[in-house]
Design a binder for this molecule. Structure first.
Ligand code: PLP
Length: 431
């Protein structure tokens, strides 16, 4: 039944081919807190290791609790398979490391989460992987930076602080022309944006945010859309078309569809090569926590979006607020993208410019209901003043490049009653 369900509200509760635990009939997904699994016999064990059969081997590589989470998030995104990992950062790193080796490059949007910028500008560079940055305002910027060593394009569906929605189809189409898959970080827009439907090949999430939703658990996930032919362009995707010496010479782009009957080479390689070699699995307990969040994410997103729109309307009436940043507050094509790629709302992130560093930090210090934290996507409303915290080491020029004005405050609007959220913002503005 799991695969046939289309609506996100139902997928969150029933998706992933799970009805009840086969061993105990438990309706809640059990926490399989185990490292290993007893093999039936040596032949079965050998088949599992050789990928002639699929099954549980060792929790660094797969786990039944994580498996339900993976199937549900894959269904939510309309993908074919998913791989859960220990954090959103691990998911971003694996997405790139799954297609690149030293000497290769990817082209990434300039609109990115700061942690991803560090990963791309510094750590991956040290590993010999170059990340070229393209302003997504004009999708052709991706094409201009593409060469024979470009293995992927990367962008965030709803990036902050700019909140300019990414041109998913435009960049995906350019990529497909060049044999380059588009990877989308959809952390800020689960349910309301479905990048695979617009041509992205891979979607990743920090599960820490909206999907977990309760500020308790760090996690990440990679969803394989099953819509990119990894074998079609061997020179463009060598890691999927050359024998892998670490796996008996497997050629992932050719062998995975044969072995599984499904186009899930990206997910399989991420699991059996990257999770095997680099570690970073999601713990079964954390998978369980995130499954609780997944059950209500579709409902929460509706409330997040409705509340955010009310906050935007309120902020627009406030003299002290110089500018309100929201996906639909942009003009022209950038605004049209929000209308094209978001359905059922425009997310819970709202930016506002209070004009100066002092005004921004004073506002934060006077909040009573909203929490002052470096997080987004919690059921609670959150706020941060980047210029005095996450971006505190940058000078004015660097702040401008990051799209952060000194008075910029980022709000992640929660699911409390909107009147209470607005009342707190109002009193903090007045203080
Ligand atoms: N991607 C985005 C858009 C994020 O906002 C974050 C974290 O804030 C990450 C990735 C990294 O996720 P995690 O903190 O789970 O490692």
């Amino acid at each position: 039944m799991g695969n046939k369900i289309k609506n996100p509200e139902t997928i969150g509760l029933h998706g992933g081919e799970y009805r009840s635990d086969p061993a105990t009939t438990s309706v809640a997904v059990p926490i399989y807190q185990t490292t290993s699994y007893q093999f039936k016999d040596t032949k079965t064990a050998a088949n599992l290791f050789a990928l002639k059969e699929f099954g549980n081997i060792y929790t660094r590589i797969n786990n039944p609790t994580c498996d339900i989470l993976e199937k549900r998030v894959a269904a939510l995104e309309g993908g074919l398979a998913a791989v859960a990992v220990g954090s959103g950062q691990a998911a971003s790193a694996f997405c790139v490391q799954n297609v690149c080796q030293a000497g290769d490059n990817i082209v990434s949007s300039t609109d990115l989460y700061g942690g991803t910028v560090n990963l791309f500008k510094n750590t991956l560079r040290m590993q010999g992987i170059e990340v070229r940055f393209a302003d997504p305002k004009d999708p052709k910027n991706f094409e201009k930076l593409t060469d024979e060593k470009t293995r992927a394009y990367y962008g965030e569906s709803c990036p902050n602080p700019s909140l300019r929605i990414f041109p998913i189809k435009e960049v995906a189409d350019i990529g497909r022309k060049h044999g380059v898959p588009l990877i989308i970080d959809n952390t800020a827009a689960p349910v309301i944006c479905r990048p695979l439907e617009h041509g992205a090949a891979v979607v990743m999430h920090s599960l820490t945010k909206y999907i977990g939703g309760h500020g308790t658990t760090i996690g990440g996930i990679i969803v394989d859309g099953g819509n990119f032919d990894w074998a079609a362009n061997p020179k463009k995707q060598p890691l999927f078309n050359e024998p892998d010496p670490s796996y008996n010479g497997a050629i992932w782009g050719r062998d995975v569809p044969k072995m599984t009957g499904a186009n899930v080479a990206f997910a399989i390689r991420a699991r059996v090569v990257l999770l095997r070699d680099l570690g970073a699995p999601l713990s079964p307990f954390n998978a369980f926590q995130i499954i609780q969040g997944l059950e209500t994410v579709a409902i929460r997103m509706k409330q997040h979006c409705a509340n955010a729109e009310k906050v935007v309307k309120f902020l627009e009436t406030q003299k002290k607020v110089k500018n309100v940043i929201y996906p639909t507050n942009h003009q022209g094509e950038i605004r049209d993208r929000a209308k094209r790629y978001m359905k059922g709302g425009y997310g819970s992130l709202v930016g506002m410019d209070l004009g100066s560093l002092e005004a921004g930090s004073k506002f934060i210090n006077n909040l009573k209901l909203l929490y002052h934290v470096a997080n987004i996507g919690d059921a609670r409303s959150l706020a941060i003043h980047p210029a005095s915290t996450t971006h505190g080491q940058l000078n004015e020029k660097q702040l401008a490049e990051a799209g952060v004005t000194p008075g910029y405050v980022r709000l992640s609007i929660g699911i409390e009653h909107p009147d209470d959220i607005i009342a707190d913002i109002e009193q903090a503005l007045a203080a």
